[in-house]
Design a protein around this ligand. Structure first.
Ligand code: ZN
Length: 207
């Protein structure tokens, strides 16, 4: 595929987001990966092994929803975790995956419970479709694996049954979240990170 102006515009937007996320300490040491939907069949994704705080527009590749690259470059090892979301939800336009301290620690601490319940937080209203703090949102925790295809299937099964889920954790690894566009996805990510931070502090204070 020839890289279009849309491709480069989206690459520049994701690079700016990457710089912001790196400054927050959420994508250390080339970790994390980001993507945006290009159309009904393709997504733009960070190439493997790039520093996420210093991304150039050439550090992105286009992949189809089965994870196959259609431009030059090596796709991220976790490509299928992005394309699974574009396939499952036609409304998803952006996916961000970070390795923050909060996500890494909480996913280890609470792995046995299978999920983190975010309950009675005002910031739950950041998620589309939620207009009250009174309620609970489950963030599932999946076991880490290098078999990304198997993990993508496991996530897909969960989301088939829980389409309202705003994000998930992988144990000892990090957080995936998504949104209709990059701005929505950044808002969801910030809200999730804030509430994960609160949960971690609560754990520390009440243990
Ligand atoms: Zn990762």
């Amino acid at each position: 595929m020839k890289k279009t102006k849309t491709f480069y515009d989206k690459a520049i937007a994701l690079a700016a987001a990457g710089s912001e996320l790196y400054d927050r300490g959420w994508v250390p040491a080339t970790s994390g990966n980001f993507s945006l939907r290009l159309d009904d069949e393709l997504a733009l994704l960070t190439a493997s092994g790039k520093h996420k705080g210093r991304l150039a527009p050439t550090d992105f590749i286009a992949v189809d929803f089965d994870g196959r690259p259609v431009t030059d470059g090596k796709p991220s090892a976790e490509t299928l975790l992005h394309t699974q979301l574009y396939k499952r939800f036609p409304t998803v336009g952006a996916v961000l995956h970070c390795h923050s301290t909060n996500a890494t620690l909480l996913s280890r601490l609470l792995a046995d419970s299978g999920a983190i319940q975010l309950t009675d937080y005002e910031l739950l209203k950041a998620f589309d479709g939620i207009d009250t703090h009174a309620g609970s949102v489950a963030i599932p925790i999946f076991d880490n694996t290098q078999d990304i295809a198997a993990l993508a299937n496991e996530v897909d099964q969960y989301l088939l049954e829980h389409p309202e889920c705003p994000g998930y954790l992988i144990r000892g690894h990090g957080l995936y979240c998504w949104g209709q566009c990059l701005d929505t996805c950044m808002r969801n990510l910030e809200a999730l990170e804030f509430m994960l931070h609160c949960e971690l502090e609560m754990h520390r204070l009440t243990r």
